[in-house]
Design a protein around this ligand. Structure first.
Ligand code: ADP
Ligand code: GN1
Ligand code: MG
Length: 377
């Protein structure tokens, strides 16, 4: 079934949820690569307008919908309590899901596709690139806080929504398989990119080995810490709500840091075709490092702190090989809008990797500076 056919089911899904009022509008929304997202606008009986986010979950990628929604329900109710304890507003600072008419957290349509609805967090903005270093700093504070608030969450109750999600070594093997299979005959045109990846094979093991040797602890992590997975209050400009909770599971804190740098400390979009515009911005790296260490640095171990720069490079490398593998496999995973979309994405990532390698010492210096402040406090 194509995505278009599946989306024709959205009316059936909407009717399955316990939403007050009359539906005024529905429209595709956001720039996610995995789920299909819609904005729903309702008018309630008292004439008040309320907005919701409807999502068709990608259950080819997330195969255990029940486990995934148990994770999300568990985490958001826990966060709700933590936020209230800290005097915050749980309606704005975490996601709030609407139940189906029969009391479930998601609706399964007649073609077995799963849907969920949450309240739209009003007066927020979502950014694909940081409008200022201060915004990027704020996103770091939000992701750091997210990790801190979940630090006592019983991690063993979480389902692993995608096995080996940030196992860079396993991702490298998947990439090698895609090169060997070359099902679309695309490999011969991307030899420089393949060579770039192959030269870094041993890097792919670094963090995985450290975790397996007990040098890096498993924590409850978000695992998809893109800037567009955090909502900013449009008046105070504070990053208030971490969204896109599908990949919350036990993982490495350094990877949450690294994935944010990958996406947000670039001077261009993830899919920019003009590589001369793509550059690793060390000032943005500094802003994020400051925010992250201020908000969760105290709970990080020495090893975690010292591996932050490597994780930035490795999350970027991992994403690059995932995009390249998907390009070689015929674009089965990430949504694309043009034939070379995944290749373009891979190229931006590899350019950032190369620049981070040049700047590694400087990145370590920045981390040491802010880790020092943290310990002096
Ligand atoms: P994907 O996994 O496809 O990236 P997301 O859950 O990140 O899906 O949602 C896609 C986009 O929808 C987000 O980047 C954001 O712009 C918007 N969005 C999602 N949830 C909310 C919400 N509760 N309130 C406001 N905007 C939201
Ligand atoms: C996907 O769903 P979205 O667009 O936030 C992907 C991430 C990648 C990212 C690259 C479940 O995230 O791992 O880093 O695209 N999510 C999944 O932009 O694979
Ligand atoms: Mg998202």
């Amino acid at each position: 079934m194509t995505r278009g056919e599946a989306c024709a089911k959205e009316d059936e899904a909407i009717a399955g949820f316990d939403i007050n009022g009359k539906l005024l509008e529905k429209a595709p929304y956001g720039n996610g690569h995995i789920n299909d997202t819609f904005l729903l606008v309702y008018r309630e009986d008292g004439n008040q307008v309320k907005r919701y986010i409807l999502q068709r979950m990608n259950n080819e990628i997330f195969r255990d919908t029940k486990g995934l929604m148990e994770n999300i329900t568990g985490i958001t109710s826990y966060l709700r309590k933590q936020i209230m304890k800290n005097g915050g507003d749980p309606e704005r600072e975490t996601l709030n899901f609407i139940r189906t008419l029969d009391g479930k957290s998601y609706y399964t349509d007649s073609t077995q596709k799963a849907w969920r609805v949450c309240r739209f967090v009003e007066h927020t903005i979502c950014q694909d690139s940081a409008a200022s270093p201060e915004d990027f700093y704020q996103s770091a504070v939000a992701f750091g806080r997210f990790q801190r608030l979940l630090s006592d969450y019983p991690a063993s109750t979480l389902h692993e929504s995608i096995v080996n999600f940030h196992n860079t070594a396993a991702r490298f093997i998947d990439f090698q398989r895609a090169v060997q299979s070359d099902v679309c005959g695309r490999a011969e045109n991307v030899q420089p990119e393949i060579a770039f990846a192959m030269q870094r094979e041993k890097d792919a093991h670094l963090l995985v080995d450290m975790q397996q040797n007990g040098q890096l602890p498993l924590r409850v992590t978000h695992n998809d810490t893109k800037l567009n997975n955090v909502l900013f209050d449009d008046r105070t400009r504070k990053a208030i709500c971490v969204i896109d909770l599908d990949t919350v599971m036990p993982g490495l804190a350094v990877n949450d840091f690294g994935d944010s740098i990958r996406f947000g400390a670039s001077t261009a979009k993830e899919d920019e075709q003009d590589l001369s515009k793509v550059s690793f911005d060390i000032n943005l790296f500094e802003s994020y490092t400051k925010g992250f260490l201020e908000s969760c640095g105290e709970s990080l171990t020495e090893n975690e702190i010292s591996m932050l720069p490597e994780a930035a490079k490795l999350m970027t490398f991992e994403c690059g090989i995932r995009f390249l593998a998907d390009y070689l496999a015929g674009d089965c995973y990430f949504k694309i809008n043009r034939e070379t979309h995944n290749l373009d994405r891979c190229r931006t990532q590899f350019k950032l990797v190369a620049e981070m390698e040049q700047r590694m010492e400087q990145m370590h210096g920045i981390v040491r500076r802010y880790a020092g402040c943290q310990r002096d406090k």
